[in-house]
Design a protein around this ligand. Structure first.
Ligand code: NAD
Length: 287
């Protein structure tokens, strides 16, 4: 392996420590701790684990963690009413509705109901618009964490060729906007892209956010490139156990890349750290 392994765990721990210092200063200045409330509808086990770890990280940063766990059969109107109450609650600085929502609930309508100033997931169309306009707003946590890792590895990325694979509103599109705002030359690739390998071969920065195990081949990677693997895929092992792997063929890619994130331990830990950072920013902006 020649690539430098990007230690997302260590970077995330440093960011969480910075947030905790900011939270302590906020408490001194305003006499209250910032509050993050997470709403979970249904009993998807993976979502329940995410919500649990978000709550724990929130408390560890010195913030107030709120949690609403609603049954899967919750009506959209009741969820919207809860969001309206949280929007009006002065102790709540951040609201996160855990996705995916059950099929009978319109997630676009739910996201649009969140006060953009409390939208710590950065998914509200106002925040999306601010991001694309290059203006300050709340930015989705995963791409925000990826950008930090990229800039820490490469420094100034002005003029760099970047390829983002995947165009979701959660990861791919905001990632492309962040890289564009940082003056990279960005290609946003997706399931209809022709010659993905050819695009990746030109890239100084590759961000893979697809959800297909090992789909990015090692020999596509430009020697020395910075490879950020957002994918989290659980694959079965012959012994009946399972493990998490990314969207990039890690062993082959790390022989060519200059920097690479592992899965797990790369992008994942940054997502929660950035959520805490967003909550502190939201609290500061509201105060
Ligand atoms: P998504 O399913 O919403 O989007 C996947 C994207 O991949 C789509 O835009 C699609 O066009 C593209 N795609 C599908 N097949 C393709 C192909 N053959 N070639 C090129 N593009 C293709 O997924 P998402 O929410 O953006 O998540 C992507 C992955 O990242 C998943 O594995 C998810 O679990 C993971 N994820 C990780 C974190 C984290 O914190 N590390 C956060 C969010 C998502």
């Amino acid at each position: 392996m020649s690539a430098v392994l990007i230690d997302g765990k260590a970077r995330a721990a440093a960011l969480r420590a910075e947030v905790a210092v900011g939270v302590a200063a906020f408490v001194t200045a305003h006499g209250r701790a910032p509050g993050l409330t997470v709403v979970l509808v249904g009993d998807d086990p993976a979502s329940a684990v995410y919500v649990g770890s978000k709550g724990k990280a929130t408390r560890e940063a010195g913030m107030i963690s709120g949690e609403h766990r609603l049954p899967a059969a919750t009506q959209e109107a009741d969820l919207l009413a809860l969001i309206a109450r949280l929007n009006a609650d002065p102790a709540v600085d951040g609201i996160l509705v855990q996705m995916p929502l059950p099929g009978h609930i319109d997630s676009d309508r739910v996201i649009a109901a969140i006060d953009p100033a409390k939208d710590v997931d950065g998914l509200h169309p106002i925040n999306t618009g601010l991001l694309v306009s290059g203006r300050p707003g709340l930015v989705p946590c995963t791409p925000s964490g990826c950008l930090m890792l990229i800039q820490e590895a490469l420094g100034n990325i002005s003029g760099a060729e970047a390829v983002v694979i995947g165009r979701s509103i959660l990861v791919g599109k905001p990632m492309a906007a962040l890289l564009t705002n940082a003056s990279a030359t960005v290609t946003l690739a997706h399931s209809r892209t022709r010659d993905l390998a050819g695009h990746v071969a030109r890239a100084d920065i590759v961000v893979a956010a697809v959800g297909i195990p090992n789909m990015v081949q090692g020999d596509w990677i430009k020697p020395g490139a910075c490879v950020i693997d957002v994918g989290i895929n659980r694959v079965a092992l012959p012994d009946g156990k399972s493990r998490l792997i990314g969207d990039v063929d890690f062993a082959a890619a790390s022989a060519r890349a200059g920097w690479i994130t592992p899965v797990p331990g790369g992008v994942g830990p940054m997502t929660i750290a950035c959520l805490l950072a967003n909550t502190l920013s939201a609290a500061r902006a509201r105060a």
